[in-house]
Design a protein around this ligand. Structure first.
Ligand SMILES: [Zn+2]
Length: 82
């Protein structure tokens, strides 16, 4: 019986350690900025403009014909000619 209690205790400690470990990993992957402050500090999904080569967040650019552009003007001008 004592062995079973010991085993349960070990299992409980391992589970607690795993929970703490996973929580620390989540904290590393997703810093708690919440997004409510308005400042997007985390490097967003950056994509290269097909016209000028500038890297802009995907959300701020324009996707057209499978190509990505940083501004509406560059989308109109089209991709850089080789
Ligand atoms: Zn551009």
């Amino acid at each position: 019986m004592a062995k079973v209690l010991l085993l349960l205790g070990v299992v409980a400690v391992v589970v607690l350690l795993l929970k703490n470990y996973r929580r620390s990993l989540e904290r590393l992957e997703a810093p708690p900025d919440g997004g409510a402050s308005g400042a997007p500090s985390a490097p967003a999904d950056m994509t290269r403009c097909a016209r000028c080569g500038v890297h802009v967040p995907r959300a701020e650019g324009i996707l057209s014909g499978g190509r990505f552009f940083c501004t509406e003007e560059h989308r109109r001008l089209g991709p850089e000619k080789p």
